[in-house]
Design a binder for this molecule. Structure first.
Ligand code: AHM
Ligand code: MG
Length: 340
């Protein structure tokens, strides 16, 4: 496809032509997600100016409170998406309960789960952060017009009809899948559009990078300690130690490994017995993306896509990236156990 002139909307419309039964509701939902991302991106770009524009949590020169960027991002998503008519309910990492669509707006057939600004503790240091989202079809009552509920939100990631992330890095990128490959778009600030930059991303079957918070080494299970020792040795399948790369910002670590090949790990440890990351907003959507790119995501025992969530803020250990690497970590866990 002609990259220079293909923006995300064009690309979606062309894909939709291959599915004449599609209603267009999905395309408009994507347009809303895109708008929310652009607004967040604009604010993230100003983050270094807080000293000048006013510290977050404080009153700015106009006498308004300057919101923390993660709260702000949540509000942008909710405000843009609740009125579009495509959603019946949302759930986000930043809200305790599910987010209902106010009565005054129409209700549609989709459900949005999202982490509005992941890795936000990095923002003061100008480190990449991101937004992660997943879209399900509602499963309560087939016809639209009604509120969605927990049943709609608590779905395994294998039911996702789309997933994506936005990375606010040296440039802003939008990467998504609807189950027909993974496609990446890079924001061209001069035209204010996401242009097709990475069509049909495939991740290497085996990588050369590992990404983990190794400060937790002594709190991990034997299986994980042995695995990390192994990939740092020259006894591993690559015959030389893997490179260590850890930003501490999931979207950025995941994105780099997706392009270059590698494994990201957030295992359980003594403090976080179920791991740190959330199944619905982080692990699930990225699991769909990695699978579409030829990779794999596991909780150490099974495919993340198959886990049936029981609560909206459920956490999970996460091993994600190149397929052969993730399968290998599963073998270590099987052999040496995952008790912490
Ligand atoms: P957050 O949702 O509170 O931002 O936390 C998630 C972040 C991820 O971006 C990252 O992978 C992980 O936490 C890093 O955790 P740690 O600092 O324990 O290594
Ligand atoms: Mg998060």
């Amino acid at each position: 496809m002609d990259r220079e002139t293909t923006n995300l909307q064009h690309f979606l419309i062309e894909k939709q032509r291959e599915h004449p039964e599609a209603t267009g509701e999905f395309t408009s939902l994507f347009a809303e997600i895109l708008l929310a991302s652009k607004i967040i991106s604009r604010e993230v770009r100003k983050a270094g100016l807080v000293e000048i524009l006013g510290l977050t949590g404080k009153i700015n020169v106009q006498g308004e409170e300057v919101k923390k960027l993660d709260e702000y991002s949540l509000q942008v998503f909710v405000r843009v998406l609740q009125r579009g008519g495509s959603l019946c309910v949302m759930a986000s990492e930043e809200t305790e309960d599910i987010i209902r669509i106010p009565d005054k707006y129409p209700k549609g057939k989709y459900v949005l789960v999202f982490d509005p600004l992941d890795g936000s503790s990095n923002i003061e240091a100008n480190v990449s952060i991101g937004t992660i989202f997943g879209i399900y079809k509602r499963r309560s009552e087939d016809e639209c017009g009604h509120d969605g509920n927990y049943e709609d939100v608590l779905q395994p990631a294998k039911n996702l009809v789309a997933a994506g992330y936005v990375i606010y890095g040296s440039s802003t990128m939008f990467v998504y899948t609807t189950g027909q490959g993974v496609h990446g778009f890079t924001m061209d600030p001069s035209v204010g559009e996401f242009l097709l930059s990475h069509e049909n991303i495939q991740t290497p079957k085996r990588g050369k990078i590992y990404s983990v918070n190794e400060g937790n080494y002594n709190s991990w299970s034997e299986g994980i300690r042995k695995y990390i020792d192994y990939i740092k040795s020259d006894k591993n399948k690559n015959g030389k130690p893997y490179k260590s790369r850890y930003i501490g910002s999931l979207v950025a670590d995941f994105h780099r490994n997706l392009l270059y090949g590698g494994i990201f790990l957030y295992p359980r440890d003594k403090k976080a017995k179920n791991g740190k990351l959330r199944l619905l907003y982080e692990a699930g959507p990225l699991a769909m993306i990695v699978q579409q790119a030829g990779g794999y995501a596991s909780n150490g025992v099974k495919n993340i896509l198959d886990i049936e969530p029981t609560e909206i803020h459920q956490r999970t250990p996460l091993f994600i990236g190149s397929k052969e690497d993730v399968l290998e970590v599963e073998e270590f866990i099987k052999k040496y156990g995952d008790e912490v």
